[in-house]
Design a protein around this ligand. Structure first.
Ligand SMILES: Nc1ncnc2c1ncn2[C@@H]1O[C@H](COP(=O)(O)OP(=O)(O)OP(=O)(O)O)[C@@H](O)[C@H]1O
Ligand SMILES: [Mg+2]
Length: 366
């Protein structure tokens, strides 16, 4: 899907802005804190039903205002879609395709796919396993609706099971039948999640390694691996073994909600031993691999959102990426830059269509 028109109302530092955008490259240019990244986040929102940067919906409403509205017009190969997102303080978020409101936000995931490269990607290295699981889960969900459904159901059953364990912790009498009901469902769903994550990582790491080596210009020994308690032991046995402990703890300690993905370079942890450049390259390669993987699964290019890439890459790597954009490797691209000249100049020289938007304190200057 290609975005043709975007409008933001009371979103972050914007009062109201309406943009007709190019199907090729769009640059958002201006000084620090002007609202360049907020535009990319608006597009991310319309794709993923949430902000990439602030998960508290109401905090994305412009200060002092009561609501925000995002609207995007998207062109597919055969159809056009108008997507609406409205958030009002104290009210449920409303998401619509055309005039019809989605019953479940998860139904929207996969319709408009985006890949965002941002300085915040370092969280993937430094934060806990949940951040990595969310990243991988989003990629799979972007092309596999059933996976997302399974994952949501797994989490629901997990919550029920945890509530039951909590009640045991608080003194309720143990009833093995009640637990068995949750166990059976958790095992079926957990095994499905595990199988899909395993399949995903085996394909994804090939694309990822190719991209990493192409960016770094040499073959480094990098590794991306998936670790799960379910890999070695049957889920049923894991639950049986841990029941005694869990009755005291009041929550489920074993399962796919404990899975992790590890990033290594030269046989060592990327977090502890990778240089800054290696870490940046690793993250960019992960994101570009996300792009390639989704493209191959859906036969359609996701929208690429590049936030502050000058902060992430050196000049030669940026030129390489820009060349790839001009060669059509990526489809529609949105880029932010604090330098108002270099991107428009580059694309003009290449005779590649580029719309440049200059942003000043949440207003469009030109
Ligand atoms: N809910 C909100 N209400 C009003 N302003 C907000 C809200 N949320 C964020 N902002 C403002 O948006 C501005 C940041 O916008 P953004 O991150 O898009 O800037 P930027 O142009 O990308 O800057 P940089 O070049 O530093 O990355 C900040 O000044 C911030 O205070
Ligand atoms: Mg920014």
């Amino acid at each position: 899907m290609i975005l043709s028109k975007l409008s933001l109302l009371n979103f972050k530092n914007y009062d109201q802005i309406e943009l007709n955008v190019s199907p090729y490259v769009n640059c958002f240019l201006g000084k620090n804190g002007m609202g360049k990244t907020n535009i990319l986040d608006g597009i991310y929102y319309l794709s993923n039903c949430k902000s990439f940067f602030n998960s508290v919906d109401s905090q994305n409403i412009k200060n002092e205002e009561d609501f925000f509205v995002l609207e995007g017009e998207f062109d597919g190969e055969e159809n056009k879609e108008k997507i609406y997102c409205g958030v009002k303080r104290g009210k449920k978020k409303v998401f619509k395709k055309g005039k019809k409101e989605y019953e479940k936000l998860s139904d929207h995931i996969g319709l408009i796919n985006t890949v965002l490269i941002s300085p915040m990607d370092t969280n993937l290295i430094y934060e806990g396993s949940e951040t990595r699981r969310k990243f991988i889960d989003l990629i799979i969900s972007q092309y596999d609706k059933l996976y997302l459904k399974t994952l949501i159901n797994y989490n629901k059953v997990l919550n029920h099971r945890n509530a039951y364990l909590k009640s045991l912790q608080q003194g309720m009498k143990f009833d093995s039948l009640s637990l068995e009901i949750w166990n059976e469902q958790l095992i079926t769903l957990g095994k499905e999640v595990h199988t899909k994550r395993t399949e995903f990582i085996s394909e994804f790491k090939i694309v990822f390694t190719e991209i990493y080596n192409a960016i770094s210009g040499r073959e480094e020994h990098i590794k991306l691996s998936y670790s799960s308690q379910l890999a070695e032991t049957e889920f049923k046995d894991l639950l049986t073994e841990s029941l005694h402990k869990e009755k005291y703890l009041g929550y489920t300690t074993k399962g796919t909600h404990k899975d992790d993905f590890s990033f290594e370079i030269g046989g060592k942890s990327l977090k502890k031993f990778g240089s800054q450049g290696q870490q940046k390259t690793y993250l960019i390669a992960l994101k570009l691999a996300q792009f390639k993987h989704i493209e191959s699964k859906t036969e359609s290019k996701p929208i690429l959102l590049l936030d502050d890439i000058y902060d992430k890459l050196d000049e030669s790597r940026i030129s390489h990426l820009m060349e790839q954009i001009c060669e059509g490797t990526f489809g529609q691209v949105f880029i932010t830059d604090t330098n108002t000249e270099r991107l428009p100049k580059f694309f003009k020289k290449k005779k590649y269509e580029c719309f440049a938007f200059e942003i000043d304190e949440g207003n469009l200057v030109s």
